[in-house]
Design a protein around this ligand. Sequence first.
Ligand SMILES: NC(=O)c1ccc[n+]([C@@H]2O[C@H](COP(=O)([O-])OP(=O)(O)OC[C@H]3O[C@@H](n4cnc5c(N)ncnc54)[C@H](OP(=O)(O)O)[C@@H]3O)[C@@H](O)[C@H]2O)c1
Length: 288
Amino acid sequence: MRRPAAIGAQDAAWEAVLSVRDRARRAPIELPLEVPLGRSRLLIDRDGGWRLSPEGDAELGEFLVLYLPLALIPHHRPFALAHLAQSLDGRIATLGGASQWLTGEPDLCHTHRLRALADAVLVGAATVRQDDPRLTVRRCAGGQPVRVVLDPRMSLDDDRQVFRDDSAPTLVLAAADCVGTRTHVGAAEIVPVPSDGERLAPAAIRAALAARGLYWLFIEGGGVTVSRFLAAQALDRLQIAIAPVLLGSGRPSLALPEIGDLAAALRPRMRRFALGDDILVECVFHDR
Ligand SMILES: NC(=O)c1ccc[n+]([C@@H]2O[C@H](COP(=O)([O-])OP(=O)(O)OC[C@H]3O[C@@H](n4cnc5c(N)ncnc54)[C@H](OP(=O)(O)O)[C@@H]3O)[C@@H](O)[C@H]2O)c1
């Protein structure tokens, strides 16, 4: 099992990852590339492979294995990664909606790193209704992503934190035929998206965000939102952080249309990491 690096070395590695991501955000990244990492140099070769000079320890290596591919996503290439924290029995919250916190501090910190890598962080309306999250980067260094809420009928009250605070721009994606003349929910801008009834097609969501220069999308939940992206084959990667806890009841993690044969199951390439007491499994559906 891979185990990410100790704290001081992690900070230096995270700065290096952020600097790679900043370059990839601004322009097509030219490889090979050399980036300072603490007292070492991170050397990235033409196919995305890398080494440290002088060599770092195994934990630092695992940290880079986790984040570097996500920082190297090519300039303006649409990319969507989802993350869910779940119990061993596949629940992301109690039936009443309590989910804070299923996984431990390392996974919470990881979630903030994913926000910092992303152009936009996206959640479903039920998550905003239940958790009233800020969706900002606070547990690590990094810039703030644009916040996106999927609320097809604009059902959320404008007193939610994402619609009130000015820490990052916020968009509400709503069904085009429901929007009428409304332009804002609090400080958040409403973006009409073509819909099939009240469902917004994940491809249409990605296209609407790409049209605004938002390519690298972090879909932070909940289960309904992530499941719809997965069912529409609109995820490049899916990360599931599994906490050593059994809820026995609660809101489901993934729920996809029924299959009758195991041959129809998804069997993506996997990467596994240890995050404190939790296990992070990453499913890779599409490579760079
Ligand atoms: N453990 C975790 O990782 C994690 C992460 C986030 C949230 N949570 C928890 O999960 C719960 C909420 O998750 P959830 O699965 O119930 O709901 P959710 O995914 O947060 O929100 C689902 C709602 O978002 C809207 N939506 C999502 N995708 C859409 C699409 N393609 N088109 C149109 N509308 C779309 C719909 O709103 P309408 O119903 O208005 O149409 C839908 O009912 C909360 O309890 C929260 O605490 C856990």
